[in-house]
Design a protein around this ligand. Sequence first.
Ligand code: RRO
Length: 295
Amino acid sequence: MIRLNCGSVTVGGVRMDNHLILAAGVLGTTGASLARILSTGAGAVVTKSIGPFPHEGHPGPCFAEINGGLINAMGLPNPSKDFLTELTPVSGKPVIASVFGGNPAEFLEVASWFSGRVSGIELNLSCPHAEGYGAAIGNDPGMVEACTKAVKSLGMPVWVKLTPNVTDITECGVAAERGGADGIVAINTVKAMRISTDLRRPVLGNRFGGLSGPAIFPIAVRCVYELYEACSIPVIGCGGVSSAHDVVEMMMAGASAVQVGSAVIHDGDIFGSIRDALYSPDGMRPEEIVGCAHG
Ligand code: RRO
């Protein structure tokens, strides 16, 4: 397998210890868990998405393990501004705050709480099951551009996490770039559903949820590939990554860095395992493989 030369890297304005990033929503709710993931080998971490008001989330069940992945409808649970105290244990570390709002003004307000306290902001314009938030507004390129522009006014690196639940993801990628984004994260979960045949009811309390895990890896690779061709800013790959091989494939599609989410649930040391398999002092320069699958 291809191995890469290790070293710190700057992607989309964010300096990281390596190319491997904890994805939003997984173990990103406390400072202690963010610090633990950094200590196991992640180059950077993204927090759970924080919004303008405290929110308990959707009624349970919120989460189910299925063939090939996980399906969740957590429902954007978050303590809002009170989350800031969680940043103390990871002060000065490569932490990206995931934020959401229902319009540009809300995005700006929430992002401003993090100004000067994190390395960058990731805009959640892609949660597939949130009325008035996430993909409900992030499927509109005009809204993607306006929210990005609002947060970019703070002068921090801004990444925009996109939904795959659209006909053409590049329209939203190009809109984020027009709004001044420093990077695009692709993808959030894929809108999905399971039904309990015993109960004759949907498995999730919210009925619909987001599919993550290995089942969505090929969708994520396709989205990264399309965005790499359509946009000039770096693409950060996300979706079903669980091995060093997946990281290399994502990079060949065009990812400058790669997020890992669901795989952490089964293996708390996944970042260390991927890092050890991926990097070698005599490995290739990462720039040699990023986007190399394009003709
Ligand atoms: O909290 C959630 O239910 C959630 C979010 Br914010 C998201 O961005 N993606 C997802 O699958 N779930």
